[in-house]
Every structure is written in structure tokens, then in C-alpha cells.
Design a protein around this ligand. Structure first.
Ligand SMILES: [Zn+2]
Length: 418
């Protein structure tokens, strides 16, 4: 057994047995609540009864990239720097995509352990996370890093594994399917059985949760299958941590129409076109299921309009939870100031904020209710371990707010020894 490893200033014990953290993308506590009451997720129920479970806090904005990076680095957004899918480069006024590994600050927990000789695995459903999750990993040393999105294109050189479809025994899943997530878990299970790596991070996609409320049969079916795979993973004598990146809420009125604030339209009307720029940091290449609409946006001023003027215009709007300047947003939400806008706007739980009505295509919703995330109302997330905590971490859990980025800390340092 090796010595503890220090990563981004925090000390982690060497894993006693393979340690697996699964990020259930969009895994709002409401899903578990519903299915626990129905008695259809017996493995998760056993972890809650025999291990440890709480509702923890995810990072703001409650989007996928920032929260996956918080979890994998063990740090808040202010430290790792990934505060959305996009930020605005104010030298060119162009949005810059934030998925490049060079933009991630600090080391991942996987890379920190790999450097000391542990074998590590990172598998993500969507490829947009892969390069940051795999930052600093030399896959020629027996580590694995790939996405199920491109499972058919893996090479030893790039991913540390090849012929993944044959290896896992599943066809390539569609981008919009629950199989994209199930593939991640099946691949992790196979690697665990065959190679028994020390540390695994398995990150799913929120396709089902965007589409389906907890009482929808498709979501029920998805969680039954997740639960069964969690059970199979736990049988491999591991420490299993279950976490989510963010929750999910219905953003519609009683008639089923999305409650949208078209903020660029509002600001253009107040201050003139071209004076302010609204950026929706949820935007990515796959928007069919949410139309690039979330409950958190950023506003930059070109210089003529003050933060105060922008905030005053926004504050009275129905559906707005919060409109604050950069220093306040950075303090409240632990955000990196050098990538933050002049004004941050957060919507209420049942509202989203877009740019202009013309810029967002809602046809991808196919008439379904808009369910999405990004706000404070989606920062509650489940935090579950399949084994009981030691005395010190029982005390920590009883006396402090637990953040999602502590899941590796709890899984490595907090489990009661045999
Ligand atoms: Zn997500």
C-alpha cells in the first residue's frame, strides 16, 4: 500500500480497494425519492441503509461541465476555472468554448493518483467532458479514458483501449438514448472485472432526466437499470460513490409552455442593440432536449451601460431569482473572476433565461415540457456511499454542509476500515 497523495492541496488516502465514483447526470434527488418510495431501486436503498447518504450541494452554475470538474478535481469552480460551456473573450467579444484541458486549472484526482502508480479509468457519456477528465493522464501507462459517444473510434494511443464495442458487448449507443449512460456503466464493470483498476470515474448523461419527470415510465425504467448495474458494481468488492452534477426542474406554465425570459430582447429594448451581450453557458452541440435554455446566464456590457443599470432593468422581471454584479456572484457562488461576466442572472426554479426569441430553437422539444437546470434550485444533489463512514467523517457529515466535490474525499478518506 502506498502513502497518501496530495492533490490541489488536499490529502487523499491510497484506495484500500477499487474506488468507483458515478456521476448521475441530472440525477435530481426527486428521482430517488420517488423510486425509493416505490421500492424499485433495492441496491441504492441498501447503500443508503448500510452505507451513507445525504443531500449535498453542487457547484453553481448547476451545469454539467463545471460540476464534473468540481468532482474530478475536488475543488470549487473558483479554483478549477470551468464555469460553464462558454465564456466571452472581451478582447474579441466572441464566446470561447471552455472544454479544452488547458482551461482546467489544477490537477484531476485521477491524474494525481496515476502519477503515483495507481491505475485509473475515466469514462464519460458525452465526449465534451473527455479531454478535461483525462487531463494529464498518460494512457500508454495502462490508464483508460474514453466516451461512449465515440466508443467505436477508441485507439490505444488516444484512449488506452481499443475495440470497445466488442469488449463491452454492446452496440454503439445513440447520442440521445439511455444506452449512452448504460454503456458507461457496463464498460466500467467490465474493466473492473478484468483489470481491477484502483480508481474509476464514470460520468453519465442527463438525456432521460431532461425528457422525463420522476413519474414517467421511461425514467423509472432507466433508474431500474442503473440500480441493477450499481448492484453489479458493488459486488466487485469496491467502494462505490454515487453523486450528481446537478438536479432538474420543470420550467413550464400550466399549459405546458416554457417560462422563458428573452433577456437579450429585454436589454436591447432598454439600452439599444449591441450595448450588452447575453451568453447562455449551457449551450453545447447537443441542444435538442433543452434548446440551449437554462436558469443561469451571463451579461457583459460593451462599456456604455453600467452594471447597476443592467441589474436594475432585470431585477423586477417575473421569474428572476437573482441579478448581481461580478464581485457578488464570485463571492456567493465561488466563481473564477477572470472568466465572469459583468452581471450574473439566475432564474427562479420554474423559469429559464434565453438570449432572443429568434436565437433559440425549441422544435427539438417535440412538444414535450421543458425540463432543465442551471439555477440555485438545481444545486441539491444526492451523495451516497455503499459503505459506512468512519467516526471522523460521521462528525464532518453531521456538522458541515457537504459539497459534491467532496465525494472522492469521502470515498477515499471517510470509509470505515474493515
Ligand atoms: Zn448535467
Amino acid at each position: 500500500m502506498s502513502a497518501p497523495v496530495t492533490i490541489n492541496g488536499k490529502s487523499y488516502q491510497w484506495p484500500q480497494r477499487p474506488t468507483v465514483v458515478v456521476c448521475i447526470d441530472g440525477g435530481d434527488p426527486a428521482y430517488l425519492k420517488q423510486y425509493l418510495s416505490e421500492g424499485i431501486i433495492p441496491n441504492i436503498q441498501r447503500f443508503i441503509e448500510q452505507g451513507f447518504a445525504t443531500v449535498a450541494k453542487g457547484s453553481m452554475p448547476s451545469f454539467t461541465c463545471p460540476n464534473n470538474m468540481s468532482i474530478i478535481t475536488g475543488t470549487p469552480t473558483a479554483e478549477h476555472g470551468i464555469s460553464g460551456n462558454y465564456y466571452l473573450d472581451t478582447s474579441t467579444w466572441q464566446p470561447v468554448v471552455m472544454t479544452g484541458p488547458e482551461l482546467l486549472r489544477g490537477q484531476t484526482i485521477l491524474a494525481g493518483f496515476a502519477e503515483q502508480g495507481a491505475k485509473v479509468v475515466s469514462i464519460t457519456a458525452k465526449d465534451k467532458l473527455r479531454k478535461q477528465l483525462g487531463k494529464g493522464l498518460d494512457v500508454s501507462q495502462g490508464h483508460v479514458s474514453f466516451s461512449s459517444e465515440f466508443a467505436d473510434a477508441c485507439t490505444l494511443e488516444e484512449n488506452g483501449i481499443e475495440n470497445v464495442l466488442e469488449y463491452v458487448g454492446m452496440p454503439k449507443p445513440s447520442m440521445y438514448s439511455m444506452e449512452l449512460s448504460l454503456f458507461v456503466l457496463q464498460a466500467g464493470l467490465k474493466l473492473l472485472r478484468v483489470r481491477r483498476p484502483d480508481l474509476l470515474f464514470l460520468s453519465l448523461t442527463d438525456y432521460v432526466q431532461h425528457k422525463c419527470a420522476p413519474d414517467d415510465d421511461q425514467a423509472r425504467q432507466f433508474y431500474r437499470q442503473l440500480d441493477s448495474l450499481f448492484g453489479e458494481l458493488a459486488e466487485q468488492d469496491i467502494v462505490l460513490g454515487l453523486i450528481a452534477d446537478h438536479g432538474m426542474n420543470d420550467k413550464c406554465n400550466a399549459a405546458g409552455e416554457p417560462n422563458v425570459i428573452w433577456l437579450q430582447d429585454v436589454l436591447d429594448e432598454a439600452f439599444g442593440v449591441g450595448e450588452t451581450i447575453v451568453v447562455c453557458p449551457i449551450t453545447d452541440a447537443f441542444v435538442g432536449h433543452h434548446g440551449s435554455l437554462g436558469s443561469f446566464v451571463r451579461v457583459w456590457s460593451k462599456g456604455r451601460i453600467s452594471d447597476e443599470q443592467i441589474i436594475q432593468r432585470i431585477q423586477g422581471l417575473d421569474g428572476v431569482d437573482l441579478a448581481v454584479d461580478k464581485p457578488t456572484a464570485c463571492r456567493l457562488f465561488e466563481l473564477p473572476a477572470d472568466r465572469e461576466a459583468d452581471v450574473v442572472v439566475v432564474a427562479r426554479h420554474d423559469y429559464v433565461i434565453g438570449t432572443t426569441a429568434a436565437a433559440h430553437n425549441l422544435e427539438g422539444l417535440n412538444g414535450q415540457r421543458l425540463r432543465t437546470h442551471g439555477g440555485i434550485s438545481e444545486t441539491d444533489i444526492p451523495f451516497i456511499l455503499n459503505r459506512p463512514l468512519n467516526a471522523h467523517y460521521q462528525h464532518v457529515a453531521a456538522t458541515q454542509v457537504i459539497n459534491s466535490y467532496q465525494i472522492f474525499e469521502f470515498a477515499l478518506n471517510g470509509i470505515l476500515a474493515d
